[in-house]
Design a protein around this ligand. Structure first.
Ligand SMILES: NC(=O)c1ccc[n+]([C@@H]2O[C@H](COP(=O)([O-])OP(=O)(O)OC[C@H]3O[C@@H](n4cnc5c(N)ncnc54)[C@H](O)[C@@H]3O)[C@@H](O)[C@H]2O)c1
Ligand SMILES: [Zn+2]
Length: 354
């Protein structure tokens, strides 16, 4: 049980639903709409139904990133109108990052903005997406290109929800846990390094709480990503390019798998820049590799990957800028790296022998 204060709202990591009921009552909503997808309807909604005292209506959307789109939003806005939602309505986003990002965007724009609660149900959304007020949808092949910065009324994190995730989804979210440790907490790194995903539910709960605290701390310093918040992009410059490249292939990677490969490459770059030692690079590489033994060759597609990196949102005036680690547990951002070093990093990845 923990409460973490964000700027205008609280993040409650809890399973005592009396607290949720008290909070929802205090908002006196005119009605409550819960947005779910086909999986959270089955795995998470029954628990909410059992514990939430107030009446609600639910809206179900299909699961998956491809539905994080303007046409799904249109359906959601139309249903809100049909359900007579007004300015005092409350939306609860019960799902992973897709529902959180899109449900928040829909709430933030319906009638110029109504209140919403984030209830993240995947590891990725609990430790990352639900904290920090970034809301967005995709447009054609551009991820998160239309959206806003807006804080929810509250984030309610029931860590037991992650128990029904597939191993693939759990591992995907875990890459952000590794990232948080590397950029911000040597203590967290020491706790997780060499562990597999065999945590007990209490350990997951503590791990999730500590990760939310790290993400929240960084976001609090720099809500609109003018500076420090960029460190959260460690592993993501190369990782996103890998994710995009394999998106339409026969074997797409999960976000976490792509970020895991990206973190190995960007740790190599950190070493090239004299920011981490050879032994730190080798420990990071072997731990990440043991959890994400994905079989992709990167150096053969370096031109394409660098082209995609050229479109990264963090770039300024066409320069590819990296967030790198400075020792384990600290980080820096806005580092320009020449293409030949990026290519060496991709080659380093391809030559890992494990
Ligand atoms: N706003 C941010 O700061 C931020 C940060 C990181 C990622 N994101 C976004 O988050 C999205 C990815 O989030 P995600 O990985 O949670 O994806 P997701 O929402 O698609 O969920 C992954 C899968 O798990 C299923 N699922 C959800 N909860 C479940 C549960 N408890 N049990 C069983 N299955 C469950 C979903 O139906 C889906 O099939 C991306 O769109 C990404 O852009 C946003
Ligand atoms: Zn990520």
């Amino acid at each position: 049980m923990a409460t973490i204060k964000a700027s205008s709202y609280e993040i409650l990591i809890d399973e005592d639903y009396a607290k949720l009921n008290a909070y929802v009552e205090s908002l006196s909503p005119s009605n409550i709409i819960i947005i779910v997808d086909e999986n959270t309807e089955v795995h998470c909604l029954p628990k909410i139904k059992k514990h939430l005292h107030q009446d609600f209506l639910s809206i179900k959307i299909p699961a998956g990133e491809k539905y994080k789109s303007i046409s799904t939003c249109q359906g959601l806005w139309e249903t809100l109108i049909k359900y007579n939602c007004d300015r005092q309505s409350l939306i609860i986003n019960l799902g992973g990052g897709v529902i959180g990002d899109m449900g928040g965007f829909v709430a933030g724009t319906y009638m110029r903005g109504i209140r919403f609660i984030q209830m993240p149900t995947t590891l990725l959304s609990q430790v990352d997406a639900s904290v920090g007020g970034k809301l967005a949808i995709d447009l054609s092949s551009y991820k998160n290109i239309v959206g806003l910065f807006l804080e929810p009324s509250m984030v309610w994190v029931d860590t037991s929800f992650i128990q029904t995730l597939t191993e693939l989804e759990l591992r995907s979210g875990y890459a952000e846990v590794i990232k948080h440790a590397l950029i911000r907490s040597k203590a967290l790194w020491q706790r997780i390094n060499s562990r597999k995903l065999d945590y007990s539910s209490e350990e997951w709960s503590t791990l999730i709480t500590d990760n939310i605290a790290i993400k929240n701390f960084v976001v609090q310093q720099d809500f609109k990503e003018g500076g420090l918040r960029k460190v959260l992009n460690f592993g993501h410059t190369i990782g996103h390019s890998i994710e995009s490249h394999f998106l339409n292939s026969t074997s797409p990677l999960t976000h976490g798998e792509a970020i895991a490969a990206g973190m190995i490459c960007e740790s190599y770059i950190s070493h090239e820049q004299n920011l981490i030692s050879e032994s730190e690079l080798s420990t990071i590489t072997s731990y990440i590799r043991s959890l994400y033994p994905i079989n992709v060759r990167l150096s053969t597609i370096s031109t394409e990957l660098i082209r995609i990196m050229g479109h990264d949102k963090k770039n300024v005036s066409g320069q590819i800028l990296f967030s790198l680690i400075e020792g384990i547990g600290d980080s820096t951002y806005d580092v320009h790296v020449d293409d030949d070093i990026i290519i060496k990093a991709l080659e380093y990845y391809d030559n890992i022998t494990s």
